[in-house]
Design a protein around this ligand. Structure first.
Ligand code: ZN
Length: 130
């Protein structure tokens, strides 16, 4: 499965976003090394209990027993027809780093369908580790 297929999944997930407060919708598609795909969307809540689309996809996958991840695609914006490049927040960078190698790739998509590639080690070079 290539990145463009994953972009489609991420956009579909973005449509399920529950974001009445920020109005900012995010969808993700996480592909595992075995080829399975887990999607996620941001789910907001009163106070500080919101969860980002990246952590939703990872927790769905991990709760199903997945342990090896290939890459993740992130779509975000106020309007699904006008995507903005959306990078993981600090919480998600730390969270993701727990489960992947330092070369794990993160792809973003903008409103012209340009895809950019990042590595977790570049987004979070000094992750917290015990
Ligand atoms: Zn986040």
């Amino acid at each position: 499965m290539d990145i463009k297929d994953l972009v489609k999944y991420a956009k579909e997930a973005m449509q399920n976003s529950y974001s009445p407060y920020s109005k900012y919708k995010v969808g993700t598609a996480l592909i595992c090394k075995n080829g399975k795909v887990y999607t996620g969307c941001n789910v907001e809540n009163h106070g500080i209990m919101s969860i980002c689309a990246e952590r939703v996809a990872f927790t769905k996958a991990i709760s199903e027993g997945e342990k090896e991840f290939d890459f993740i695609v992130i779509c975000g914006g106020y309007d699904i027809n006008n995507l903005e490049e959306c990078l993981p927040c600090g919480y998600c960078r730390q969270f993701i780093s727990e489960f992947v190698s330092s070369d794990f790739k993160i792809y973003t998509v903008d409103n012209k369908e340009n895809i950019k590639e990042y590595k977790i080690k570049d987004l979070l070079p000094y992750s917290f580790k015990i």
